[in-house]
Design a protein around this ligand. Sequence first.
Ligand SMILES: NC(=O)c1ccc[n+]([C@@H]2O[C@H](COP(=O)([O-])OP(=O)(O)OC[C@H]3O[C@@H](n4cnc5c(N)ncnc54)[C@H](O)[C@@H]3O)[C@@H](O)[C@H]2O)c1
Length: 337
Amino acid sequence: MINFKIGIIGAGGIATGRHIPAFKEIEGVSVYGVFDVNHVRAKEVAATFSIEFVAESEEQLLRHVDAVVICTPNKFHHQSVMKALDAGKHVFCEKPMAIASHEAIEMEEAAKKAEKVLQIGYHYRFKKESLAAKKAIVAGSIGDPLVVRVEAMRRRKVPGWGVFTNKDIQGGGCLMDYGCHLLDLALWLMDYPEIELVEGQTYEMVSRDPDQVNEWGIYDATTIDVEDHATAFIKFKNGATMLFETSWAANVPSDKESLSISGTKGGISVFPYALNKAEQGIMTTTVADWISGEENEGLAQARHFISSCLEGREPLVKPNEAKIVTAVIEQIYQKSN
Ligand SMILES: NC(=O)c1ccc[n+]([C@@H]2O[C@H](COP(=O)([O-])OP(=O)(O)OC[C@H]3O[C@@H](n4cnc5c(N)ncnc54)[C@H](O)[C@@H]3O)[C@@H](O)[C@H]2O)c1
């Protein structure tokens, strides 16, 4: 029986809410140790989840495990990933891969050199709708993607906890922390075509309003320094284009996550799933038959990471793709004025 030992670095919300429960459910895997700069927090989490070892340092944790799951704020992903790969460990790193392109490039190179798995936490790819859409696109159902429309919109939901409103630590706001998921998903469905041009604009006026109305807690409107809305236009070398919009403080009637692609032979909507085609003179819409009995994307993502490590396979979310998300985000910030 395999005993594959996982170490958690950063024992905050995503570690306790998603990764520790998911990895604990996988047979042959133990969540063996935890490290957090907040040692009290690490001890509490270890007690709650019956984790054997509370490490004093990342280095100490690395000596005792086969792989680490990095759940620190975005700024620290790079340093922890580099240390873990250098120690010869497999790494699952939360999204975004890094806050700067040059860091993501170094991380990708380090994974290659170490010959270890480096999987990034773009878990939207493991949603049933996303997998069904990928399958249909790979089977040629929509032909070549032409126009991609993405809306990742939350109505007045700036995260009022943690460090999400601090640019220095998170690197950005709704685009860096939320829109990145749908940006990755859209690029993956398109098979990551080469990019010719990125234009974009970010906004932060709504969340700076001292009379804020926010549904996800309270943040300091005087210190928030990240964007709450971003738009982008991306043109690809193959002629396709993407129209992208994300916000976590939008003045819209309700939240909306939508991703649709018009191709040369058909079109696909991912959320909610529908495949549209003109067949025998009429337009048809097919809804995939995947509804029941499947595990959630957090567990699917964790299982995939473990099997990639054990079988020495490249993971579904590859460093060379996640680094492009970071590069696009960087360009949107650069183009914005
Ligand atoms: N995939 C998703 O949908 C999703 C959702 C939420 C958060 N995230 C990502 O997960 C990461 C963590 O987010 P969170 O919501 O858990 O934040 P959090 O603030 O709840 O937790 C972060 C934890 O990391 C610890 N920490 C800070 N610096 C550290 C360091 N250098 N070494 C070790 N521990 C350190 C903090 O003490 C804290 O306990 C971020 O990168 C975030 O973008 C992803």
